[in-house]
Design a binder for this molecule. Structure first.
Ligand code: RIB
Ligand code: CA
Length: 320
């Protein structure tokens, strides 16, 4: 089995935590590093949270690098109301055993990608794109060297979640997103059109709670927190099968099972000038208008299949 080499850049974050558990528990992935960026909470907390989750998963073999503490140009903006002040919902923070690896996340991305065969290393970006943008600025050859860049971000048909027209990761650092997309890297965006189809229903959370492993417990607790936030802040339609969207596992799930998603070729541009529509992703599917279609946009996601992957990744391991 050829394992997909992967770097996960994230801002844990309750749904980042679920994505990390999926990655930590998937032997098909060769997880080279986790890089932390400021986003949901400041980078000191997102890096600590990544180290906490790594320890819970027993994956101290995966280095964690700290990255950008602020966007390229704008003031840092958090999302603590959706992730808790410490970033991992109700989980009580602890000082993890292992520290961050030496060096900035952007330099780690450059070194890991440039040191391996062309297009062999995928990057999953689950927070603002600042670290990747900094890496691409420092080493422009990176764009041609990268494998797929699977990004949780973007708003189109579903509208936005931080504003009427923008999704948080792109809104938090629109300049970074615009720069990354302009490099021509193989960007695949899992925006709200897809991630809003992936909801943590009661049955799906209960299945994780029944697994009885530290990884499953951590993932379930994050979703329980999001359930309460969804009811309080977003609202809850009277549907039996409803729950909070779990955004960040989607890029990782795609790398494991691309058949769980429907993607459409497109060209994506990011609004960076208007404050009203800052961070909006203009997704153009028409080649006659776009000229070429270098990006891909996820239009559908198989939630049942994605949760089956998560459950498989956090299940009890048979001791041999
Ligand atoms: O809009 C959802 C995204 O913003 C997710 O990555 C979530 O963790 C927050 O960072
Ligand atoms: Ca995130």
């Amino acid at each position: 089995m050829t394992r997909q080499a992967l770097i996960i850049d994230c801002d844990p974050g309750v749904d980042d935590a679920v994505a990390l558990m999926l990655a930590f528990g998937s032997s098909e992935l060769d997880l080279l590093a986790v890089t932390a960026v400021g986003g949901n909470v400041p980078v000191e907390k997102t890096a600590r949270n990544a180290r906490m989750l790594r320890q819970i998963a027993g994956r101290l073999d995966v280095p964690v690098f700290m990255g950008a503490d602020r966007p390229l140009r704008r003031e840092p903006a958090g999302a603590g109301e959706f992730h808790g002040a410490e970033g991992l919902g109700d989980m009580t923070p602890f000082e993890p055993d292992a520290p961050c690896a030496e060096g900035h996340a952007a330099d780690a991305i450059i070194e890991l990608v440039m040191g391996r065969p062309e297009e062999s290393v995928a990057v999953a970006v689950l927070g603002p794109l600042t670290n990747l943008a900094l890496a691409l600025r420092k080493e422009p050859r990176l764009a041609g060297r990268l494998g797929p860049v699977a990004i949780m971000g973007g708003a189109r048909s579903e509208g936005g979640n931080i504003t009427a027209s923008a999704e948080f990761n792109i809104w938090a650092d629109p300049e970074a997103a615009a720069e990354v997309l302009a490099t021509g890297c193989d960007a695949v965006l899992f925006g709200l059109d897809a991630t809003h189809q992936v909801r943590a229903t009661e049955a799906r959370i209960a299945a994780l709670e029944a697994a009885g492993t530290p990884m499953a417990d951590a993932a379930a607790s994050m979703m329980r927190f999001s359930q309460r936030v969804e009811r309080r802040i977003v609202g809850w339609p009277s549907l039996s099968e409803w729950g909070p969207p779990v955004h960040d596992p989607c890029p990782v799930a795609w790398l494991l099972r691309p058949d769980l998603f429907q993607l459409k070729p497109c060209r994506i541009a990011v609004e960076t000038e208007s404050e009203l529509t800052r961070g909006h992703t203009a997704v153009e599917f028409r080649p006659s208008v776009a000229g070429s279609l270098p990006h891909r946009w996820a239009v559908s996601a198989d939630a049942e299949g994605i949760f089956a992957l998560i459950a498989g990744a956090v299940r009890p391991r048979r001791t041999i």
